[in-house]
Design a binder for this molecule. Structure first.
Ligand code: CA
Length: 228
């Protein structure tokens, strides 16, 4: 799947140039042209990376980044700063931006930074976790204890293994075939129906509303995607 990038930039010319450039590289590009819209979209939708201009109408890129991090969103942020804005670069990295590019920049430089950030975040996402929190759920994979809103939840062995697999691959789509191999190791009698049933159980136990899951999403025709 190609990475999905949110471009928050208010100069129409640059929006056009960058959208074309990134699309030509195979990325899916969405745009927002002011701070509040950028923040709203970045907070509500799954993006793999945000390219964020500092000088924006409505809300500066620095404030957008700060508020995203306060909301617990760890989407990689690449800041676009002007040459004279050394302070912005320092502040930007301090409040949680991952890297910056100084305007005016050359296309290859921007693309290299984007690729590096995407690679880094993919590596971090794949690192297995011992403990994980999402919403009001806390999971300790070391001892198998799970709590929701502070109350203990009992998960069967396969439910815990499935949850672990989804969390270890969070942000990416996991196919049913992959789950058959990775979680069930092709046990006889196990079908994709088994997976769907286990996912339904996990949702019942962990989601606020199993009908409208916020964490264990169905990707129609493919499988599932976990988002924290
Ligand atoms: Ca600007």
């Amino acid at each position: 799947m190609s990475a999905r990038i949110l471009l928050v930039e208010d100069e129409p010319g640059l929006v056009l140039t960058l959208s074309d450039l990134l699309t030509a590289e195979g990325y899916q590009v969405e745009t927002a042209m002011d701070g509040p819209t950028g923040l709203a979209r970045a907070a509500a939708e799954p993006f793999d990376l945000i390219v964020l201009d500092v000088m924006l109408p409505g809300k500066s890129g620095l404030d957008v980044c700060r508020e995203l991090r306060h909301q617990g969103k760890d989407t990689p942020v690449l800041m676009l700063t002007a040459k004279t804005q050394l302070v912005d670069r320092v502040v930007g990295l301090k409040i949680g931006a991952d890297d910056y590019v100084t305007k005016p920049f050359e296309a290859p430089e921007l693309l290299a930074r984007i690729e590096a950030l995407l690679r880094r975040s993919k590596r971090e996402k794949l690192a297995p976790v011992g403990r994980f929190e999402f919403g009001d759920v806390e999971v300790n994979f070391e001892n198998g204890h799970v709590r929701k809103a502070g109350l203990p939840i009992s998960l069967a062995g396969k439910e815990l293994e499935l949850l672990r697999y989804l969390i270890d691959h969070r942000g990416t789509v996991v196919s049913r075939d992959e789950l058959l191999e990775g979680v069930w190791e092709y046990q006889p009698g196990v079908s994709s129906r088994t997976i769907d049933v286990h996912v339904a159980w996990l949702r019942q136990k962990l989601e606020d509303n199993a009908q409208t899951p916020k964490h264990i999403h169905t990707v129609r025709g493919v499988g599932y995607r976990f988002s924290p």
